[in-house]
Design a protein around this ligand. Structure first.
Ligand code: PMV
Length: 343
């Protein structure tokens, strides 16, 4: 085992993943719907995995991880280790040091970059050859790493590439056709994602619990799942054709359908706050004034606005003026993850 560092960038879903497939076994973490995302250029996680003589020790942003969070990391290291086969014996103890370069207390999901970076650093540290072939060949190595990352967090499967990435749902029970792949490079289109922070608090209900609640209680969950493949195909082709209006419309529709399914759960799952709604309305008003931007939001109260780079400054100024907005940041399309030797 050796000490390795991985940097992975977070991503925002243009067509959302929300819900898990009932088949395939829980640890495979297969999504009920496919998704499409844009990798971001600044928000990222840097993770170092190194050998440790004593028991495992994990830290996030300088604080020791304990309890369920530590168990989740240990379980993920075990998954990566098991790819070496049964004859590899017990997994060596690891020290994991992770730093999120995402504004702290922003409540923005960092599980995508977090599990992508952990998967890459662990694979490189625990196995000499798993990450080596990542940049070459037919991409099979990276798809395998992406499938491993998915088992830690669904959205992490998409952070194995820069640019724009699609994760297909697949049909096979063993998940072999649930595959992420890049659909356009980061140079395909000069887009920005404006991250509109609507509060400084952290998120309340985790995504796995929220998905489970929707599946079990929301009458709209079935409609959400049934209509998602069409959104995915249409958004993918609009992205490839650089049709911002077309892509933006599908993106907003996917977001609002996901949240409608959450609102119809029992008890209702409301991730938004009042400022979230005011920002959404301002995006609509800006469009009516000729400023083209489209909004989306995830399992939290922040809004993300997709626009062309040339429109970003004007839209940022408008969104900063919405009462209650804490901060607006314009991020570009992000790069591939990076793996290097650490000390
Ligand atoms: O990767 P998870 O389990 O944190 O789920 C992510 C769910 C959403 O962020 C709401 C949507 C998505 O596709 O990223």
């Amino acid at each position: 085992m050796r000490a390795m560092r991985a940097t992975a960038h977070t991503n925002i879903a243009l067509v959302k993943y929300w819900g898990k497939r009932p088949d395939g076994g829980r640890d495979l973490n297969l999504p009920a719907v496919g998704s499409l995302s844009m990798t971001l250029d600044e928000y990222r996680t840097v993770t170092v995995v190194r050998p440790r003589a004593a028991a495992d020790a994990f830290a996030l942003d300088g604080a020791t991880l304990t309890g369920a969070a530590a168990d989740r990391v240990a379980k993920h290291l075990d998954r990566v280790w098991r790819t070496r086969g049964a004859e590899a014996g017990p997994r060596p103890s690891c020290e994991v040091d992770s730093v999120n370069h995402v504004p702290t207390a922003a409540g923005l999901a960092s599980s995508a970059s977090g599990f992508a970076a952990l998967t890459l650093a662990a694979a490189a540290a625990l196995s000499e050859d798993m990450v080596e072939g990542m940049a070459e060949g037919d991409g099979a190595d990276r798809r395998l790493l992406s499938a491993l990352a998915r088992r830690g967090s669904g959205s992490a499967a998409r952070s194995l590439w820069g640019g724009f990435v699609r994760l297909d749902r697949g049909e096979e029970a063993d998940g072999r056709d649930c595959i992420a792949r890049p659909v356009a490079s980061r140079h395909h289109w000069d887009l920005k994602m404006l991250i509109v922070h609507t509060t400084t608090g952290a998120k309340t209900v985790g995504s796995t619990g929220g998905m489970e609640l929707c599946k079990n209680t929301s009458p709209y969950y079935g409609a959400w799942v049934a209509s998602s493949q069409r959104d995915l195909d249409s958004a993918t082709s609009r992205l490839q054709n650089r049709d911002l209006r077309g892509l933006g419309e599908v993106m907003e529709h996917s977001c609002f359908k996901m949240h409608a399914s959450m609102w119809a759960a029992r008890p209702p799952l409301i991730y938004w706050n009042g400022v979230t709604v005011e920002v959404m309305r301002e995006v609509q008003r800006a469009r009516a004034d000729g400023l083209q931007g489209w909004a989306t939001s995830d399992a939290g109260p922040h809004v993300k606005v997709l626009c062309e780079a040339a429109t970003a400054d004007a839209l940022v100024a408008r969104l900063e003026s919405v009462v209650g907005v804490v901060d607006v940041k314009a991020l570009g399309v992000g790069p591939d993850p990076k793996v290097e030797a650490a000390t």
